[in-house]
Design a protein around this ligand. Structure first.
Ligand SMILES: Cc1ncc(COP(=O)(O)O)c(C=O)c1O
Length: 333
């Protein structure tokens, strides 16, 4: 029996594998190593205790060559996540940004997704990580639309999860730690098992928090609404991008506690994330949202977003870090 058939028959969980196609090199602690050699020992601290923090960054194709989107903001969040967990990252932010650009060059990518990971490695055993080194990896690969190719235009069908998002003062949700994604996995697997594309979690007070891997926005009477960070939401880079773009369009935006039922009566709902970009939601718990298709606000914000990331519009916010192709020749030789 194939593994995917096993999953689908035993757990009723339809598997759509987002297949990982290797690139050539991964950056480990300052050195580029072959993809297959980027392995860790099974007794590394991170395996038993979930002790890693990570990022997801996109590199977009632009007429001037590949460009990293908001690399400095992602690296800042990575270092902040590590700080929350008392992990010393032995690199400066500026050097990590440069290493990300170098990674794209070395792998000859025109556009890609990048995954920086800071983890507690092999050394001592036990919950206290005092004896374990902090290792830093940077990897990249090609990753298309996270919620499906059609989703950006057609929208997705989501549910409100029966799983609550991580409560305040349990696991810190401002840290993008791998441990938080055990909660995300519960939300995502339940949603997919029940035939939805994604799950929306409520926070410990019963108000809307975020998707398993995205922030959430609602449009109601011309205002853009999103939960505050205190609702156990990650401080998304795409969330900040959408807020900035909305301000540029004179669209009033409000951070507020969002009761669950406001989801159902919103004019539009959409999800934001580096992987998901700006993905409209067309139904929640089988209740049609707005017209049941991508709404005008989501479409306008998508237009703005893709015009900037694809280099069709001047980068007036300084969000793009060009990955010079001339440098690529140097890196490869
Ligand atoms: C739980 C969660 N919330 C929100 C986001 C969106 O964050 P960003 O826009 O920085 O990718 C992500 C994606 O990383 C996520 O995993």
């Amino acid at each position: 029996m194939s593994l995917s058939l096993f999953w689908s028959t035993v757990f009723g969980y339809p598997v759509s594998m987002s297949k990982l196609v290797p690139t050539e090199k991964i950056w480990r602690n300052g050195v580029f190593i072959p993809w297959d050699q980027a392995v860790i020992h099974v007794l590394s601290h991170v395996v038993s205790y979930g002790s890693s923090v990570f990022e997801g960054v996109r590199c977009y194709h632009t007429p001037a060559g590949p460009a990293l989107f908001r690399a400095a903001d992602h690296v800042r969040r990575l270092i902040d996540s590590a700080k929350i967990y008392r992990m010393e990252v032995p690199y400066l932010a500026v050097d990590l940004c440069e290493a990300l650009a170098e990674l794209v060059r070395v792998n000859g990518m025109d556009s890609c997704y990048l995954r920086p990971v800071v983890l507690r490695g092999y050394g001592g055993m036990g919950v206290n990580p005092a004896e374990n080194p902090v290792d830093v990896y940077l990897a990249c690969w090609n990753w298309g639309a996270y919620l499906g190719r059609e989703a950006l235009a057609a929208g997705v069908d989501v549910c409100v999860s029966s799983w609550t998002r991580i409560a305040p003062n349990t696991l810190p949700t401002l840290a993008k730690s791998s441990a938080n994604y055990m909660n995300s996995q519960l939300i995502k697997m339940e949603a997919v098992a029940n035939g939805y594309d994604e799950g929306i979690a409520l926070d410990a007070s019963g108000c809307v928090s975020e998707g398993s891997g995205e922030n959430i926005f609602l449009v109601r009477d011309g205002r853009l609404l999103t939960p505050p960070l205190g609702a156990s939401a990650l401080e998304g880079v795409t969330r900040a991008t959408v807020i900035a773009l909305a301000r540029g369009l004179d669209m009033p935006e409000v951070e507020m506690q969002i009761p669950r039922e406001l989801l159902y009566i919103a004019d539009e709902v959409f999800l934001t994330g580096t992987a998901a970009e700006i993905t409209p939601v067309r139904s929640i718990d089988r209740i049609r949202i707005g017209s049941g298709r991508r709404g005008p606000v989501a479409e306008r914000l998508q237009q703005e977003f893709f015009a900037v990331v694809n280099g069709a519009r001047p980068d007036r916010h300084g969000w793009l870090t060009p990955v010079s192709i001339a440098e690529r020749v140097k890196a490869a030789s």
